[in-house]
Design a protein around this ligand. Structure first.
Ligand SMILES: Cc1ncc(COP(=O)(O)O)c(C=O)c1O
Length: 341
């Protein structure tokens, strides 16, 4: 496989001589900054270095922009899809769909997103705004299988449908092997000791983990999942509210063989930590970012991890969750205050 030093994103433009103008939005995918959580580490008396990779710096504010680009480009490279002819379709909890939506818009593909009804309202709004046809399925009927069945139905009903399947397509972890992993390695000058990431499709932990272990087999890989639905740990699937992770089954592309440990985090812990990241570090990130940071604190508290560099992902920006439980209390306060006028 061709090795890349990560996608350069915005820095490639800045380093060019003369005009600094992207020729299309997909050129800006890749390269996100790392930040050290100094305030939280100090307050909690942690001597490990806690470092987060801020994926909200992507064009549409999530880690899934990378996967969306690679899934589409891979299908193009294999001659499976072409703009104006192929309709892209897929099941999404939102962020991958939003990534596919803007790449599809730029390249000229129609995209149909199949989503569970009544959940993820912010993402439904964004997808419709981006011109995506959103098909809702009652999640109570058949769970995730009901969503997959609806996509299968689309394939039967329409010609030239290509299914974007982040759970089975190796192009998804490949995005992180080619781009996210090399970025982390380069920006930490290879000092990363432990990589912590929550698993949704498993693309990030699999691709980044593969790259980092190839560079240094002693790097520890820690997978995070919701405590309420700890399927990778051997538990039963159940409802939780950490959007984007813990789909309730073990994805085909998740490479469990390289994972050293699975840490569970409750929805409450994830949301509390997302709020701390906002108020103590000024980082407006999503619920799974809170889950990742909460897991990092658990790992950092261990004696053997003193002084180590623990790198994690902040997969999405906080504004994507304005109508979710994360903001519920503040939203209610705002409504109440406004109602006094
Ligand atoms: C907010 C958020 N966090 C984490 C993840 C997990 O990333 P991955 O699918 O690469 O495991 C996703 C995936 O959609 C996500 O949307």
């Amino acid at each position: 496989m061709e090795m890349q030093e990560g996608r350069k994103g915005i820095p490639s433009l800045l380093s060019s001589q003369g005009e600094c103008i992207a020729s299309n939005i997909t050129q800006l995918i890749g390269w996100t900054p790392l930040i050290e959580l100094k305030n939280i580490a100090k307050k909690d008396g942690i001597s490990a270095r806690l470092v987060g990779k801020i994926e909200p710096y992507q064009p549409l504010s999530s880690v899934k922009d990378r996967s969306a680009l690679r899934l589409i480009e891979d299908a193009e490279e294999r001659g499976l899809i072409s703009p104006g002819i192929t309709t892209l379709a897929g099941v999404t909890s939102g962020n991958l769909g939003i990534g596919v939506a803007f790449v599809a818009a730029q390249k000229g593909y129609k995209f149909i997103a199949v989503m569970p009804a009544k959940l993820l309202i912010d993402k439904q709004i964004l997808l419709r705004y981006l011109g995506v046809e959103v098909i809702l399925v009652d999640p109570a009927l058949n769970g995730f299988k009901g969503l997959l069945d609806r996509v299968e139905q689309l394939k039967k009903d329409m010609a030239n449908v290509f299914v974007i399947d982040q759970f089975t397509n190796p192009a998804n972890p490949d995005a992180h092997f080619r781009w996210t992993g090399p970025e982390i390695w380069k920006d930490t000058v290879g000092k990363v000791d432990i990589f912590v990431a929550a698993s949704g499709s498993g693309g990030t932990i699999t691709g980044v983990g593969r790259y980092l272990k190839m560079k240094n087999p002693y790097i520890k890989l820690i997978c995070v999942e919701p405590a309420e639905s700890a399927v990778i740990s051997g538990g039963e699937p159940a409802f939780h509210n950490i959007q984007g992770i813990g789909p309730g089954f073990i994805p085909e592309i998740l490479d469990r063989s390289q994972i050293d440990e699975v840490v569970t985090v409750t929805t409450q812990e994830a949301m509390d930590m997302a709020r701390r990241l906002a108020r103590e570090e000024g980082l407006l990130v999503g619920i799974s970012s809170g889950a990742n940071a909460a897991a990092c604190l658990k790992v950092a508290a261990r004696e053997e991890n003193k002084g180590k560099m623990i790198v994690t992902m902040f997969p999405s920006g906080g504004e994507r969750y304005l109508n979710s439980e994360l903001f519920a209390q503040v939203k209610e306060e705002c409504i109440d205050i406004n109602n006094t006028f």
